[in-house]
Design a protein around this ligand. Structure first.
Ligand code: FPP
Length: 229
């Protein structure tokens, strides 16, 4: 599953953009802009550190309930960054996928997503999943329905192989920034045996050094997967 002591797949709940901006007397969207820049920095660092796959929680199924202005700003940022990543990953080995329900997103955003997913589908060095309009419970229902549509029995492995993250397996480590101690509907099924790492650091401040601290902590964990060692 993990490669030596480096987790193979890391999921990140990027929390704290709003508080980061408020602390500077700015609007929440200011924090989302810095948070987006930080995504580029951490993706690069994680892949350089030997992490194979990242799943980043960018927009949950529940985030639509935020003020329309903030939703619009986030959607705009996501479109911009998906475009940026498409360009950047064109000639690299990174496969970019969106994990979540594409229905409900704008046609323009769906087009961008389809384009980059197609462009990078054969890339095998790394996987970057952007969880967008994503909910862990909704994902389980989606996977079960896919099995039923195919006339298959519903099994643990069957569900796993129909989740959005089937492209990179179960997360070894789930990180949450911003001080809250919960999963907020993120990777509920595939995270059953993930190691959890929580930090008070707000997402825009979560730099390479903070990511390394999470890796270091992961390296100390004894993973038993329910067995005795
Ligand atoms: C949580 O902070 C963060 C989000 C809901 C959005 C995460 C989005 C990004 C980091 C930017 C776009 C992503 C990509 C992949 C380019 P919050 O707003 O809930 O902060 P708060 O808890 O301080 O209010």
């Amino acid at each position: 599953m993990e490669n030596g002591r480096i987790p193979r797949h890391v999921g990140i709940i990027m929390d704290g953009n709003g508080r980061w901006a408020t602390a500077r007397g700015k609007e929440r969207s200011y924090g989302h802009r810095f948070g987006s820049e930080n995504v580029s920095r951490i993706v690069e660092h994680a892949f350089n550190s030997g992490v194979y796959a990242l799943t980043l929680y960018a927009f949950s199924s529940e985030n639509w309930a935020r003020p329309q202005k903030e939703v619009d700003e986030l959607m705009k940022l996501l479109k911009t960054y998906i475009r940026k990543f498409a360009k950047k990953f064109q000639k690299s080995g990174v496969r970019l996928c969106v994990a979540g329900d594409k229905q409900g997103l704008s046609d323009e955003l769906i087009q961008e997503i389809n384009k980059v997913e197609e462009q990078t589908s054969s890339h095998g060095e790394h996987v970057l999943n952007i969880a967008l309009n994503y909910g862990g419970r909704q994902e389980i229902v989606y996977a079960v329905n896919k099995l039923l549509e195919q006339g298959k029995n519903v099994t643990v492995d069957g569900i796993l192989s129909n989740l959005y993250t089937a492209n990179c397996g179960e997360p070894d480590l789930i990180v949450r920034t911003g001080g809250e101690l919960r999963l907020s509907n993120f990777l509920l099924y595939q995270g059953a045996y993930s190691e959890l790492y929580f930090t008070d650091v707000l997402w825009p401040d979560f730099d390479e050094n903070e990511f390394d601290k999470a890796l270091e902590e992961f390296g100390k964990r004894k993973r038993r997967f329910g067995k005795v060692q």
